[in-house]
Design a binder for this molecule. Structure first.
Ligand SMILES: Cc1cc2nc3c(=O)[nH]c(=O)nc-3n(C[C@H](O)[C@H](O)[C@H](O)COP(=O)(O)OP(=O)(O)OC[C@H]3O[C@@H](n4cnc5c(N)ncnc54)[C@H](O)[C@@H]3O)c2cc1C
Length: 360
């Protein structure tokens, strides 16, 4: 009988497993493939990321970003720059990040098993039963609790009939190998309800990407977007972005963390930091000997992230207003900003006010 079976070794699962193992729990993590693969992420994160790693910056770092140029049209359109006089975010090797976080979980004592696909989960009064398909066929594991850290299409969520996220956007990205060390990303408000982006990744090249609601032709839009930049895209990948956490992400002996719980920023789709923040709440609040403590996790992560997610929805609504209003709004606010990229509430901070006042 394990204390916790963790399904999925992405950032949320590995972070939770590390923290829980450090607290002395017996933790086994099942990852269906190889950790970090396949890639479906830009790896563009606030510098807060480094609080979750150990001496890994040299290995994972690709580029630093201090601003974004917003466009209401394609590459030729006017841009509206928003920036800080310091580094806002880093572009990192996302596959490397996942491997590093899984290594930290292993070092803390968690048993991380790759090539293990969880195919069934049931809860009962005295524990959970998890069926896992590996090289040797299907094994059955028992645990006090199960953590569903298995991404936007979460099998755990589905098996336990937990509610679905509000939306699943379809993201596509591709890479041009030409080195680019600029410190600005480009954001194009040219796709429905979201945006297209260009991210300079230093020696790792340039990334182009976009995300759209289901039913829209992401591939076609992506090809048009890249052609506008005359980009030579050699590798492409795609993935889902959950937006809008459901009302409940916990069951009797189960809890969801990360994309499985749609713990993402509605205005960027970024979920690496929110997922690991929630993982820390789970490790702090949940005691496998007392399954009712999953309610404490539910309360804690919502108290921490609820208003940021709500404001994030409000920022995203701005992507859909008529272009003349977008342009006027961006003209009014462009320039230096004091905002933290993971916390839209800092739009109302003293730093932001100072940045606005300093413009005259
Ligand atoms: C196109 C795109 C660009 C993005 N860019 C950014 C960005 O720049 N910055 C940012 O912060 N976020 C970004 N995101 C979001 C980010 O990738 C996710 O928020 C993040 O990966 C969530 O981490 P997670 O651990 O919850 O889930 P995941 O990283 O999805 O990890 C889930 C893991 O569970 C495993 N798994 C799934 N099912 C099973 C099963 N049945 N059994 C065993 N294992 C299973 C998967 O293989 C996977 O390894 C982007 C997403 C997309 C699609």
């Amino acid at each position: 009988m394990h204390d916790v079976v963790v399904v999925g070794a992405g950032p949320a699962g590995s972070r939770y497993a590390r923290r829980a193992a450090e607290d002395g729990l017996d933790v086994v993590v099942f990852e269906q493939g190889q950790v970090g693969e396949p890639l479906a992420c830009s790896g563009h994160v606030s510098t807060d990321l480094w609080e979750y790693t150990e001496d890994a910056r040299d290995e994972l770092f690709q580029n630093e970003i201090s601003g974004a140029r917003f466009h209401t049209g394609g590459p030729e359109s006017d841009d509206h720059p928003f920036y800080k006089d310091e580094v806002i975010s880093n572009v990192i090797d996302r596959v490397g990040l996942d491997r590093h976080l899984a290594d930290l979980a292993r070092e803390a004592g968690a048993d991380v098993r790759e090539g293990h696909n969880v195919v069934g989960v049931t809860e009962s009064a005295d524990g959970v039963t998890v069926e896992v398909r590996g090289d040797d066929g299907v094994e059955t594991h028992r645990a006090r609790l199960v953590a569903g850290c298995d991404g936007p299409k979460s099998r755990v969520r589905q098996e336990l009939d937990l509610p679905e996220p509000g939306e699943l956007l379809h993201g596509v990205l591709g890479f041009d190998d030409t080195a680019d060390h600029q410190d600005f990303v480009d954001v194009h408000l040219t796709v429905p309800k979201f945006f297209a982006w260009r991210i300079p990744r230093g020696e790792a090249g340039v990334e182009y990407g976009l995300a759209v609601p289901p039913g829209d032709d992401a591939r076609e839009r992506f090809e048009t977007f890249c052609a506008g930049y005359d980009a030579d895209v050699t590798r492409r990948c795609s993935g889902l972005i959950p937006i809008g956490p459901p009302d409940r992400v916990t069951g009797e002996r189960s809890f969801l963390v990360g994309d499985a719980a749609a713990q993402t920023k509605p205005f960027t789709g970024g979920g690496i930091l929110y997922g690991m923040t929630a993982a820390d709440h789970a490790a702090r609040e949940i005691d496998p000997d007392d399954p009712s403590t999953v309610d404490d996790y539910e309360r804690a992560w919502r108290e921490d992230l609820r208003s940021e997610i709500r404001l994030g929805h409000a920022v995203r609504a701005g992507y859909s207003v008529p272009k003349p209003i977008q342009k006027a709004g961006m003209k009014a606010f462009e320039g230096e900003i004091g905002v933290h990229m993971d916390r839209p509430s800092t739009l109302f901070s003293r730093e932001q006010l100072k940045a606005l006042l300093s413009r005259s």
